[in-house]
Unconditional design. Structure first.
Ligand code: FCB
Length: 485
């Protein structure tokens, strides 16, 4: 009898372990890990993309423009910078994209790009509440004109982490009555540019804005561990998205011609040990707080946010499921979460340095994880069926330029597989970023650019590792060119 129970118990344990490992283990493909037995040759040249695919680069005004023709305007970020950026750095004139946009658009064209995602600088456009600066609006008309001249499709973002100081001073999105100013700004900008742009992103990475500003405190307003404020800000951002969508559609001259979406970053939280229930529990919790609750809101119209030690937040908005003509996916990597009772938060983010996963790190504190891009696309397809996807950001910080080539090869391969194998409706890919730029709390230490920029001379040089991007675009576009001629 005892032996029988023991056998049953062993079988049960094996089955449970197998089941948990299947459900919770991160996906890893065997690229070429030096282990002959496990080696499966992945042919990263085997990629294909839809004919009408958009190939572009992405940027945010604050990170690349510089102040332009005026004295620097005051924003949440301009006030935050002193003492908060690595090694005391400041954004300054950045890569002076405000003045060099023609040169930069020419570089895009040289790469073969047919799209460009950029954000409008709300702080420059409306430095004083209710007064739009016509010269700055004129500047963006010039940018759009130049893009069209080079046959590059524009995609505009209304909020990419930065807003005017007057908005910050009244607690920005912490106070729901403030959202009306942002909604009014976004709808006005749509009115202004609707003849020149058809792709619109409302808000960039709401959960990153929230976690930086109200959890880790590395973004303004620098609040730390404030879950109740965080969830309220998230609620107000998501509600603002819905109102902007409806506002634009109700005034657009040709509503069907315009696609509007939110930009969601998916950074998966995976358990370090898929067989450790505590690792699994914490990673699920974090993943839901950062990703799941937002996707659920857009799928069902109901938002539920809960974190141990905070007041759960719930609300509904039946319009939400109808307010994304596309979803912008920013994808970089994943985090492995391990339970650690000695940490104040009871967990830590760790990196795996063995052959069961990628050990190659980017200069940011996360690894190369192309499989995650595949997973993120599949997740969006499953959770928001019929909503097309644009990869609105994906890129690598690689100071030595010794991983960029591999990064591009593998992530583009993963993307192609998501489209062709998993049937994800991905319509475009925007690399972050054309040039190096001001990487928020990290300052200029992180080199994401396809082009290296000498900040003294502003000279741009294409990095060797970036050439693969150019090759893929050109090969891909030539393929269809041939079919047409
Ligand atoms: C994203 C941000 C973008 C840039 C990249 C590296 O989270 O949207 O502005 O900083 O990371």
């Amino acid at each position: 009898m005892f032996v029988f129970v023991l056998i049953l118990l062993s079988i049960a344990i094996i089955v449970i372990k197998w089941y948990l490992a299947r459900i919770y283990a991160s996906l890893y493909w065997c690229w070429d890990n030096g282990n002959e037995e496990k080696r499966i040759f992945i042919d990263t040249d085997d990629v294909s993309f839809p004919q009408s695919f958009l190939w572009g680069t992405a940027s945010a005004s604050y990170q690349c423009e510089g102040p332009g023709d005026r004295a620097p305007t005051k924003s949440n970020w301009s006030e935050w910078e002193p003492q908060h950026i690595k090694r005391g750095q400041q954004c300054g004139i950045a890569v002076d994209h405000y003045h060099r946009y023609k040169e930069d658009i020419e570089l895009m064209s040289t790469l073969g790009c047919n799209a460009y995602r950029f954000s409008l600088a709300w702080d420059k456009i409306e430095p004083i509440e209710g007064q739009y600066d016509q010269d700055v609006l004129g500047h963006y008309h010039d940018v759009l004109r130049e893009l069209h001249r080079q046959s590059i499709v524009p995609m505009i973002t209304f909020h990419h982490f930065v807003h005017p100081l007057w908005f910050e001073e009244r607690s920005s999105f912490l106070n729901s009555t403030n959202s009306s100013a942002f909604i009014r700004f976004s709808v006005d900008m749509f009115k202004e540019f609707q003849d020149e742009c058809h792709l619109w992103c409302t808000i960039n990475e709401p959960e990153v804005y929230v976690s930086g500003g109200y959890f880790t405190g590395i973004f303004p307003p620098g609040r730390k561990s404030q879950p109740n404020e965080a969830s309220l800000v998230l609620q107000n951002l998501l509600q603002a998205h819905v109102d902007i969508y409806d506002g634009i559609k109700s005034i657009a001259r040709q509503p069907d011609q315009h696609s509007i979406g939110i930009v969601k970053d998916i950074f998966q939280f995976d358990p370090y040990h898929p067989l450790n229930p505590l690792d699994v529990y914490i990673s699920r919790l974090l993943d839901y707080a950062m990703n799941g609750c937002i996707l659920d809101f857009f799928r069902t119209g109901s938002f539920k946010w809960t974190m141990p030690g905070s007041t759960p937040r719930t609300f509904t908005n039946s319009r939400a499921p109808h307010t994304n003509d596309f979803i912008g996916l920013n994808y970089y990597s994943h985090f492995l979460v391990r339970f650690n009772p000695f940490k104040p938060s009871s967990f830590e983010i760790v990196h795996r340095q063995d052959d069961s996963g990628p050990s190659l790190m980017t200069d940011m504190a996360y690894p190369l994880y192309p499989e995650g891009l595949y997973r993120a696309c599949v997740r969006l397809k499953d959770e928001l069926p019929r909503v097309p996807i644009y990869i609105t950001e994906n890129g690598i910080a690689d100071r030595c330029d010794d991983r960029r080539h591999l990064f591009l090869r593998r992530y583009l391969y993963a993307l192609s597989r998501a489209i062709n194998e998993a049937g994800c409706d991905v319509r475009g890919y925007f690399y972050w970023s054309l040039t190096d730029n001001f990487e928020w709390a990290e300052g200029y230490d992180m080199k994401f650019g396809l082009y290296d920029v000498n900040l003294q001379t502003q000279e741009r040089t294409l990095r060797d590792g970036a050439k693969y991007f150019q090759q893929v675009i050109q090969k891909h576009r030539a393929k269809y060119q041939k079919k047409i001629t």
